[in-house]
Design a protein around this ligand. Structure first.
Ligand SMILES: Cc1ncc(COP(=O)(O)O)c(C=O)c1O
Length: 455
């Protein structure tokens, strides 16, 4: 296990923000964006709000086509957890780009090495894998596996979870943007504990996890056909705004599910590979999922994802026609293997935990200092700050979210907040000084926004 060395990731903070155009996005970005959108539709809200065109990334730095440099506080979209263009990962991909790009599902040496590494690194008896090219495909395979393993066909997931945009994975979430019904029969949604917005509290005011489980019990008995194959959950809800469960939720949920022969399927597409300071986020609570999906940081930008299944359920994977055209291709395997090695060799889990402390300290007094800050939360390098119109009513403050986003971007921070929640997910390789500078930009943007909106 190596020790973190900031030197390769250090940025010259005298040059960051290195903003060389008068306005951001600069003229080249604006012109390029105008050309692209003549032919490209379906842009995300963040890009519409800030149409910058990127050209280069190195570690924690992103550069646009005007030459402006930004601190990366989003890792793409939770993807480049180990920073941009890590030499070891790039070399691994390049080697197989020259040697062997695709061999369908046949065995290759690089795939075997990756599988062995995963078996040695993932907790417990999560020792059976299949590889995919996007998170959604891995989630779909996970659902098929749960059905094959249990002979049951229904699923429970949680409001505000996100698991992908294909037929069944949409059914696990509450996507309001699609026209028409998105959830097939047998896909049920339940509330999950959110420490900032609890539904049920104990008399002392703390969140009452038991009440959620009592609700699930009643819900399963009265509102389903009791054919639940699995409970599917993001350990921390990423898309929804880094919403963290209380520490007792997943341990108690796992026991609850075991008592009812329901599998626990953790979708760790976003939270795995060091994002929260562990390989799997569930490790924070010593909870072993029966099925788990890994993605995003799994290939650090190369499209590769995985489904991992506990040994007792491994035979089910043989029954679901699990393989795909691109899953497990040699370039993908080289990228993923390099990611595991880099995390280990560079001591990055420990560094992510160190960054968590830095971020926690940094945000500790924000709810006292700023009226528009309702809640701040962090696990590893996954953060959320909720902006509210009123700290008592907790009414979401979308206009503030938009302004803070644009202001911090103009200062030199590339990131992806959503609505009233500031979502931050910097690469876990980030040196402490760079992290502090990024937080300076956000804090300044919050202070300026509060002044502008509240006077
Ligand atoms: C938890 C989770 N599951 C699944 C997905 C879908 O992954 P992909 O976009 O790679 O298909 C995402 C994407 O954001 C995600 O956050």
């Amino acid at each position: 296990m190596g020790k973190y060395n900031p030197a390769p990731y250090q940025l010259d903070l005298n040059r960051i923000p290195h903003l060389i155009t008068e306005s951001i996005p600069g003229p080249k970005s604006n012109a390029m964006h105008a050309r692209a959108v003549k032919h490209y539709r379906g842009l995300s809200g963040q890009v519409k709000l800030f149409p910058v065109a990127f050209e280069r990334g190195e570690g924690c730095m992103l550069e646009d086509i005007d030459g402006n440099q930004f601190i990366d506080f989003s890792s793409g979209i939770y993807v480049t957890t180990l920073g941009h263009c890590h030499p070891k990962i790039s070399e691994g991909i390049a080697k197989y780009a020259h040697q062997l790009m695709n061999a369908h599902d046949f065995t290759t040496e690089i795939k075997t090495r990756l599988l062995e590494k995963m078996a040695a690194t993932l907790p417990g008896d999560l020792k059976c894998f299949q590889l995919y090219d996007c998170g959604t495909a891995a989630v779909e395979a996970g659902l098929r596996t749960c059905r094959a393993a249990t002979g049951k066909h229904e699923f429970i997931s949680c409001f505000m979870d996100f698991h992908g945009k294909s037929g069944h994975s949409i059914g696990l979430a509450r996507m309001t943007k699609f026209s028409g019904p998105t959830r097939e029969p047998g896909f049920y949604l339940v509330p999950r504990p959110d420490t900032y917005r609890p539904l049920w509290n104990r008399p002392d005011g703390s969140l009452d996890t038991e009440k959620y489980l009592e609700f699930y019990d009643q819900f399963i008995r009265e509102s389903t056909t009791n054919q639940i194959a699995a409970f599917v959950a993001e350990p921390i809800q990423g898309w929804a705004g880094s919403i963290m469960p209380p520490d007792d939720f997943f341990p108690k949920l796992k026991k609850f599910l075991e008592e009812r022969d329901i599998l626990f399927f953790a979708d760790e597409v976003l939270t795995s590979m060091g994002r929260t300071g562990k390989i799997l986020c569930c490790e924070h609570w010593n909870v072993l999922p029966d099925v788990v999906t890994l993605g995003k940081g799994f290939g650090n930008g190369f499209p590769v994802t995985a489904m991992a299944v506990r040994e007792p359920f491994a035979d089910a994977v043989d029954k679901i026609s699990a393989s795909t055209s691109y899953g497990g291709n040699p370039m993908a395997c080289a990228a993923a293997l390099a990611c595991f090695e880099v995390i280990e060799e560079e001591g990055l889990l420990e560094h992510a935990q160190e960054l968590e402390e830095l971020f926690r300290k940094r945000m500790a007094d924000w709810t006292q200092k700023y009226k528009i800050v309702g809640d701040c939360r962090v696990k590893g390098c996954l953060m959320g700050v909720e902006l509210v119109k009123d700290q008592a009513t907790k009414e979401p403050f979308d206009a503030a979210g938009k302004l803070v986003y644009q202001k911090a971007f103009r200062k030199g921070l590339a990131w992806i907040p959503a609505g009233h929640i500031l979502r931050m997910s910097p690469p876990i390789v980030m040196p402490n000084e760079v992290a502090q500078r990024g937080m300076d930009f956000i804090e300044e943007a919050i202070a300026e926004t509060e002044k502008e909106l509240l006077g």
